[in-house]
Design a protein around this ligand. Structure first.
Ligand code: G3I
Length: 326
């Protein structure tokens, strides 16, 4: 039976998933991963907290292990995030301030992007900069030490710095809460589009939008036409689109596993059947591959394509069908 990466590639698409070194050391999981994934993205191994145990060092050992794993198995490799307000090391709050924030930002992006130049397909240069539902700003920028110390131009500075360090990587702006026809979703899509328009009008070196797509199975307010319109607007800016962190939270679904898996699978298929119609969409990445290793374990039992014993689920079939119908 054709793998997900083969079904995706048959339509010129990339399918992959997020993982970190410590779970890929499980060979049963690693074999499942390499069979289906054409791309590996680091879930946590390229975050500041992993690389920067102190202000003066960069430890690339985990990321390098992932690059080697990807190359050994003929996979593309993507990095995330170069700049984010979370995943920061404990020393960050004590050491970084408005006087040295620019130096820390430029140094980190330069060193990390240079280190992986030539082996990384794409970077989420800035992650989750917009949070209209929480921001008091007209542009919806979410509070972040980078915004506090450098102002809204930190985003453009980050992209320009990344482009200088690795002129070949695809530079992506990544965000969440873009999926539903809710007040938050509608406002978030509008604010992200405005940010992208501003960056493009400033000739910022940005190549794509990353839509995280952390879906909720019980959320019914999905408006296909609004989603199609948003994707078209992004594409009309000359940007590609990646679905970067797809999973389906199943909290609140019936306790019956088959019933809940069926609803989760339908959520994957319904979303992808709309999103994959947009030609600018080039990749679909799930945030994890097996329920055994999901960030959602607290309140979602079975959000991914494989169960905790690495057996395929109905969601796997749904993903396969979505690529077939793309
Ligand atoms: O590795 C340490 C471990 O040594 C320590 O004992 C333990 C307890 O403190 O923490 C472990 O680190 C955790 C790390 O995941 C690895 O498991 C961090 O506490 C925890 O905060 C971190 O959570 C990650 C989260 O981002 C924050 O970085 C999740 O795994 C990861 O799935 C999640 O992914 C984010 C994307 O990066 C951005 N989009 C949203 C997505 C979900 O929140």
């Amino acid at each position: 039976q054709a793998s997900l990466k083969e079904r995706a590639a048959a339509k010129g698409l990339i399918f992959g998933a997020a993982a970190d070194k410590h779970i890929l050391l499980n060979t049963l999981f690693a074999n499942t991963f390499t069979k289906d994934c054409g791309m590996l993205v680091a879930e946590n191994d390229l975050k500041w907290r992993t690389i920067r145990s102190n202000p003066h060092t960069f430890d690339f050992s985990k990321g390098d292990w992932l690059v080697k794993f990807a190359r050994t198995h003929g996979m593309l490799f993507r990095g995330t995030p170069l700049v984010w307000e979370l995943g920061l090391p404990k020393w960050f709050k004590k050491k970084v301030n408005h006087k040295n924030a620019e130096r820390f930002l430029v140094e980190h992006i330069t060193k990390v992007a240079k280190h992986y130049a030539g082996v990384v397909h794409s970077w989420d240069v800035v992650n989750e900069a917009i949070a209209v539902s929480r921001s008091k700003r007209s542009d919806g920028l979410s509070r972040s030490p980078w915004l506090e110390f450098l102002g809204e131009d930190y985003i453009e500075l980050a992209f320009r710095t990344a482009a200088k360090a690795d002129p070949k990587a695809m530079l992506v702006y990544n965000d969440r809460w873009l999926d539903y026809d809710t007040p938050v979703g509608n406002a978030q899509r509008a604010a992200v589009l405005k940010l992208l328009e501003r960056l493009k009008s400033n000739k910022t070196p940005i190549h794509a939008l990353g839509i995280q797509a952390h879906l909720k199975a019980r959320e019914t307010r999905f408006n296909a036409e609004k989603m199609r319109g948003f994707l078209k607007d992004v594409a009309s800016l000359g940007l590609k689109i990646l679905i970067t962190e797809l999973d389906v939270q199943d909290e609140g679904l019936p306790a019956d596993v088959m019933e809940s898996d069926r609803i989760v699978a339908a959520a994957y298929e319904d979303y992808l059947s709309v999103v994959l119609d947009e030609k600018a969409v080039i990749a679909v990445l799930t945030w994890g591959l097996s329920d055994r290793y999901t960030w959602l374990s607290r309140n979602s039992r079975r959000p991914l394509l494989y169960d905790s014993y690495f057996q395929r689920k109905l969601a796997w079939n749904a993903m396969a069908r979505a690529f077939e119908q793309a």
